[in-house]
Write a protein that binds this ligand. Structure first.
Ligand SMILES: [Zn+2]
Length: 297
């Protein structure tokens, strides 16, 4: 049940039940609204006259400054991206191709990021683009770092392989007879020369062309002893080298030798008309041109 309200009557000094004076309420309401409106107007007038326009001007200036800085940062980010693109190309066309590693595909490189996302809602277009660009640069950095890691691993593996490959000359002398068909002084007709003959004086040192293990050392018991005194080295990775017509052998079967190791001396043993080194490279069981493996002719 609603309680009845009483008010003090100043004339009678009696508490009497309160009557709702609609006119008074309306008058008071109008007064309040009028006061509020006046205050609001006065405030606005004050603001306009005393600094809010100055603040707006300052804000506009700051905004222009920020926009300019944002444009500058964006431009620098674009320069960074261009540098990264250059590194990517060098990586692909030099390092990775040199090491025979599959290149990083352009579709991977340019995947980056893109499109509009929820967190960009309400951001100015310039800021949105700056964020996307920054994400793209960070992404490319990640891809490139991963690529270098992979190259490092391959380098470590290839470095070992390169030490074993027959990539240097066994003697310094010039080539007397190349790989391929030629007239044979013993047979009297053209035959396939399966190696290279290097000029050398009797007793000149012959060196291992790469790291490996000696798998033949001494007189050739096959081929009609045609190779004379010889050394064969297994370099692994499918490569074997043969050094023939030697006058002396300084290694024995099973020796592990490094590149440059003095393994024997130039001679004229076996089917030979004079001191020289007959040198062969056998790749996966097939005799190939040794000159194809030198860094320089
Ligand atoms: Zn020969």
């Amino acid at each position: 049940m609603r309680k009845k309200k009483y008010v003090l009557n100043p004339d009678t000094f009696q508490y009497e039940p309160a009557k709702l004076d609609v006119k008074l309420v309306l008058r008071q309401a109008a007064y309040c609204m009028g006061l509020g409106f006046s205050l609001a107007l006065g405030f606005l007038g004050y603001s306009a006259a005393n600094g809010y326009d100055i603040e707006a001007e300052q804000l506009a200036e700051e905004n222009a400054e920020l926009a300019e800085q944002l444009a500058e940062r964006t431009q620098e980010m674009k320069t960074l991206e261009a540098s990264l693109d250059k590194i990517y190309k060098t990586d692909n066309y030099f390092f990775r191709s040199l090491l025979n590693v599959t290149p990083v595909d352009a579709s991977v490189w340019n995947a980056g990021t893109g499109g509009s996302r929820a967190e960009f809602e309400g951001l100015p277009q310039e800021l949105r683009e700056a964020y996307l660009l920054q994400e793209k640069v960070a992404y490319k950095l990640d891809v490139q770092a991963e690529s270098y890691e992979e190259i490092n691993e391959v380098m470590a593996y290839k470095a070992e392989e390169l030490k074993h490959l027959p990539a240097v000359r066994p003697v310094p002398g010039r080539v007397l007879s190349g790989f391929g068909y030629r007239a044979d002084p013993f047979l009297g007709y053209s035959h396939f020369h399966a190696g290279v003959d290097f000029h050398g004086r009797f007793g000149d040192p012959v060196v291992a062309v790469g790291d490996g293990k000696v798998i033949a050392a001494g007189y050739d018991n096959l081929h009609g002893a045609g190779y004379g005194m010889q050394v064969e080295i297994d370099h692994g990775y499918g490569y074997v080298t043969k050094y023939a017509h030697l006058s002396a052998v300084h290694v024995k079967l099973g020796d592990v030798v490094p590149r440059g190791k003095h393994i024997g001396n130039v001679g004229s043993t076996g089917h030979s008309t004079g001191p020289h080194l007959h040198y062969e490279v056998i790749k996966n069981g097939v005799k190939v041109n040794p000159l194809d493996f030198f860094y320089s002719e």
